[in-house]
Design a binder for this molecule. Structure first.
Ligand code: NAP
Length: 255
């Protein structure tokens, strides 16, 4: 269950929630009754504006800084949650990065390592800490985890970022295996594979127009919105999805 024994929601940690899909997910979690921990790496002002938007809509949230590629910072982040917020019942492993378009024969080892550190290692560290708190094996009362993957995991992203696509494929397998490990301990684990979503991530990969440029390759003929991904994530977190675990849901306009 993603509720505490007293019926309250507890805390949802959304990683990379200072903008884009994470920010939309944080807002929707708050509207559904969770106290939201809004994680960010460097953009404190953007995280503060997400917290402000949640509070002005009547919700409860706190910004929590941590670079999730550093395991010690992940441990410290969860210790902060333990001290300051209600018990954790939900984790959204959303933080992720892309890089500029390049072929595999152009990729430096350093870049590939960075892709896996940011997109995979951080999610493992966060899930470990979350399971230690939510699993009945560890004295918790249960919860739910949603890992944000990408349609790139099944498309391969040739000529763009095969390293990113491969890291997201690792997330899909991680979702499946972890779901099986903790299914008997009150914790559900699912994934969402967004397609081309209109957020700032494309500008960070040097292609600010990418979402609309590729719209014609999408059967629904448009990019998705952060809110459309957030809706799927929060449904998977909710008790409406109580029989879903180990699932990875494509929300990609048919692409
Ligand atoms: P975005 O707008 O670029 O936001 C990324 C967020 O992740 C930011 O809040 C950023 O924080 C945070 N972040 C990055 N590295 C971090 C780290 N090491 N530690 C903590 N936070 C970190 O991205 P988005 O488009 O919303 O994407 C969210 C997720 O969806 C990602 O996993 C992405 O791969 C996935 N996705 C996106 C699309 C798409 O088309 N947009 C498609 C498929 C999958 P700071 O700003 O503070 O650095």
């Amino acid at each position: 269950m993603t509720r505490l024994p007293d019926g309250s929601r507890g805390t949802a940690l959304v990683t990379g929630a200072s903008r884009g899909i994470g920010a939309a997910t944080a807002l929707r979690c708050a509207a559904a009754g969770w106290v939201v921990a809004v994680n960010y790496r460097q953009d404190a002002a953007a995280a503060a504006s997400v917290v402000e938007a949640i509070r002005s809509a009547g919700g409860s949230a706190q910004a929590v800084q941590a670079d999730l590629t550093d395991d010690a910072q992940v441990v410290a982040l969860f210790e902060q949650l333990d001290e300051r917020l209600p018990p954790l019942t939900a984790l959204v492993n959303n933080a992720g990065v892309v890089d500029v378009a390049a072929r595999v024969d152009e990729l430096s080892a350093q870049r590939v390592r960075r892709m896996f550190e940011a997109n995979v290692f951080g999610a493992f560290s966060c899930a470990r800490e979350a399971v230690r708190r939510m699993s009945t094996r560890h004295g918790g009362t249960g919860g739910a985890i949603v890992n944000v993957s990408s349609a790139a995991a099944r498309l391969g992203s040739a000529g763009q970022y095969v390293d990113y696509a491969a890291a997201k494929a690792a997330i899909d397998t991680f979702t499946l295996g972890l779901a099986q490990e903790v299914a008997g301990e009150g914790v559900r684990v699912n994934g969402v594979r967004p397609g081309i979503i209109d957020t700032g991530i494309h500008a960070s990969g040097g292609q600010p127009d990418r979402a609309w440029r590729l719209a014609s390759t999408v059967p629904l003929a448009r990019p998705g919105t952060a809110e459309e991904i957030a809706a799927a994530i929060v449904w998977l977190l909710s008790d409406d999805a109580s029989y879903a675990t180990g699932a990875v849901l494509d929300v990609s306009g048919g692409r």
